[in-house]
Ligand binder design. Structure first.
Ligand SMILES: [Zn+2]
Length: 235
C-alpha cells in the first residue's frame, strides 16, 4: 500500500494547527535584499537566545516541580524574569503571535509550547480528549529527545528547541527531518492513539468458534477510556 504522504502531511499540519495563520500577508521576495537577509539573521540569533533562556527556565521549573509547566507563562517570573523573552523579535516587529488555539492563555507569547495540555480534538479522531502533551510524549517514545519542546514558527525555516536543548531548523512539518528513522505516518495522533480505537466486531465464524476472526492483536491494549469513535479508515 503506497503511503499517501500528502494526506499524512495534512494530518500533521492539522496537528500543528493553523500553520497557515502564520503565513505572512504577502509572499517574500524571491531574492531578499541584503538588508532583509541580515535582519532575518539577526532576528534568528536573538530568537535563539530567547529559546535558550526558555530552556533554562523549563529545566529549573522541572527541578522544582518534577514535571513540565502547562504553559510558558507558568515560568514567569520565578523561572523567567524577563517576560519579553516570550516575544520573538519577528513578532515585536510584525505584531504576530502564535495561532489562537495554541496561544498561551496568560501572556502574549510568540512561542508554541508543544507540551501544552490542549486537547487534540479533530486531529485525533480516536482520542479527541487526549492532549497535545500526551501526543508529544508518544512521539518521544519513537524519536526520543529530538522532539521539539518549543517552536518559533515565525522564521523561514522555523526554529525548534528540542527536548534535549538542541536548537534546529526545519520546515513547518519538522517530522520530515526524521524520515530516515521513522515513518512520518507513525508520528501522527491518529496512528499514535490508534490502539484506542474500538476493535472491529469479530465476524462470526462458520464453525461457531469465537475470537480468531477478530482483528490482529499486537501488544496488550491499554484500557480504553475514550468515547467510541467510528471504525478507523484504512489508508
Ligand atoms: Zn523567533
Amino acid at each position: 500500500m503506497p503511503l499517501r504522504l500528502a494526506s499524512w502531511l495534512g494530518i500533521l499540519l492539522a496537528g500543528s494547527l493553523a500553520a497557515a495563520e502564520l503565513a505572512p500577508a504577502a509572499p517574500p521576495p524571491k531574492s531578499p535584499t541584503p538588508g532583509k537577509t541580515s535582519r532575518a539573521a539577526a532576528e534568528k540569533q536573538e530568537c535563539i537566545r530567547h529559546l535558550k533562556a526558555i530552556y533554562a527556565a523549563i529545566q529549573a521549573y522541572q527541578a522544582d516541580h518534577h514535571d513540565l509547566p502547562n504553559w510558558l507563562s507558568d515560568l514567569v517570573p520565578r523561572y523567567l524574569e524577563d517576560v519579553n523573552m516570550l516575544l520573538c523579535p519577528v513578532c515585536r516587529r510584525t505584531g504576530r503571535t502564535e495561532s489562537p488555539s495554541l496561544a498561551d492563555p496568560k501572556l502574549p507569547s510568540s512561542y508554541l509550547f508543544e507540551f501544552c495540555p490542549v486537547p487534540l480534538g479533530a486531529a485525533a479522531t480516536n482520542a479527541p480528549t487526549r492532549t497535545r502533551r500526551e501526543w508529544k510524549r508518544r512521539q518521544m517514545s519513537l524519536l526520543g529527545s529530538d522532539v521539539p519542546l518549543v517552536r518559533c514558527r515565525h522564521h523561514k525555516p522555523m526554529l525548534n528547541l528540542a527536548f534535549d536543548g538542541r536548537i534546529y531548523e526545519s520546515a513547518s512539518v519538522w517530522e520530515l527531518l526524521f524520515t530516515n528513522r521513522v515513518n512520518v505516518a507513525e508520528l501522527t495522533p491518529a496512528r499514535l492513539f490508534a490502539r484506542e480505537a474500538p476493535p472491529a466486531r469479530p465476524a462470526p465464524r462458520a464453525d461457531g468458534k469465537a475470537g480468531a476472526a477478530g482483528p490482529r492483536k499486537t501488544k496488550a491494549d491499554p484500557p480504553r477510556s475514550e468515547p467510541a469513535p467510528p471504525p478507523r479508515e484504512k489508508k
